[in-house]
Design a protein around this ligand. Structure first.
Ligand SMILES: [Zn+2]
Ligand SMILES: [Zn+2]
Length: 267
C-alpha cells in the first residue's frame, strides 16, 4: 500500500477551518478552506511541518464565513511571496459570497461541480455534494499514487453518495460536530439548534460514528473527528464516539480529533 498523503488540520470548528492535504513525496499540497487568520495559518503550517510555498491549489467546500473569511489575507500573503495558487470554488458559492467574488478580481478562480475532477499538486481531487444550508456544499476525495484520503465536514447527513466517496480511503477526516444532549443544553436560540441538528446542518457524534462503522475497511489507518463544536460537544466525546466504533469492530485505525486552536497532523 502506498502512503502518499498527510492531512494537516490547522484549525477545525465553527470559528474557523483550514486543512492541507500534502503529498509527502513532493511537499506539495492543497489547502481546503481558509477561515483563519494569516498568522494562525502560518503558525499552523510551521507547527505541523508544511512549507506554504508548496501550496498548488485551494479548494473551497462552501461559502460560510468559518471556511472563507481568511482566504483573502492568506492568498495575498502568499502572493507577496510569489505564490499564486488557483482557487477552486463552487460557482453558486461565489455568487452568494462577497468574500469569494471579490477574490475573483485578484486571483485565478475556477468553479467546479460534482461531475468534475480537479488536478492539482499531482493529485486528483473528486468533489462530492454534502447536505448543508449553503448555496452549495462539497466534500473531497483525494487520490494520488495509489493512496486515498476522504474529507467531509458541514453535512447534516451522510448520503449514499457521500458514503461512496469516502469509501476505501487510508485517511478519513469526518465531521463530528455536536452531541445531541449537549446541543440541547447549549446556549443557542431554538432555531439555531434545529438548524444544526437538521439534515442540512451538521453531523452529530452518533451519526458520525454510524457512518464510520460502514466506512471501516482494511486500508483505513487514520481517522480525524472534525468541525467539533466548542459549545455543543467536547473534543473527548467526539474522539470517543469514533474510537468506540474502531474498538468495537477490532479495527486497527487510529482516531484523532481536530481542534479549533491546536494544529494536528493526521496520517
Ligand atoms: Zn463550518
Ligand atoms: Zn457551514
Amino acid at each position: 500500500m502506498e502512503r502518499v498523503f498527510r492531512l494537516h488540520v490547522l484549525a477545525s470548528g465553527s470559528s474557523g477551518n483550514a486543512s492541507i492535504v500534502e503529498d509527502t513525496n513532493t511537499g506539495k499540497g492543497v489547502l481546503i478552506d481558509c477561515g483563519i487568520s494569516k498568522r494562525a495559518f502560518l503558525e499552523g503550517c510551521a507547527a505541523t511541518g508544511f512549507d506554504p510555498s508548496g501550496l498548488e491549489a485551494v479548494v473551497v467546500t462552501h461559502e460560510h464565513a468559518d471556511h472563507v473569511k481568511g482566504l483573502g489575507v492568506v492568498m495575498r500573503g502568499l502572493s507577496k511571496l510569489g505564490h499564486r495558487p488557483p482557487l477552486y470554488a463552487p460557482a453558486a458559492c461565489v455568487s452568494a459570497s462577497k468574500a469569494l467574488s471579490d477574490l475573483g478580481s485578484d486571483f485565478e478562480m475556477r468553479s467546479f461541480s460534482d461531475a468534475d475532477q480537479i488536478s492539482a499538486a499531482g493529485m486528483s481531487i473528486h468533489p462530492f455534494r454534502t447536505a448543508h444550508d449553503a448555496a452549495a456544499s462539497f466534500g473531497f476525495r483525494f487520490e494520488c499514487g495509489g493512496d486515498a484520503l476522504g474529507f467531509a465536514t458541514d453535512t447534516g447527513m451522510v448520503s449514499p453518495q457521500v458514503r461512496e466517496a469516502l469509501g476505501d480511503v487510508r485517511i478519513l477526516g469526518l465531521e463530528a460536530n455536536h452531541g445531541l444532549k449537549m446541543l440541547d443544553a447549549a446556549d443557542y436560540p431554538a432555531y439555531v439548534k434545529s438548524r444544526i441538528a437538521s439534515d442540512r446542518g451538521h453531523l452529530n457524534n452518533d451519526q458520525s460514528a454510524s457512518a464510520l462503522r460502514t466506512l471501516l475497511c482494511p486500508r483505513l489507518e487514520a481517522v480525524a473527528a472534525l468541525h467539533v463544536s466548542e459549545n455543543a460537544n467536547t473534543y473527548r466525546a467526539a474522539r470517543e464516539a469514533l474510537s468506540g466504533v474502531v474498538q468495537q469492530e477490532g479495527h486497527h485505525a487510529s482516531v484523532q480529533v481536530g481542534y479549533q486552536r491546536r494544529p494536528i497532523l493526521v496520517g
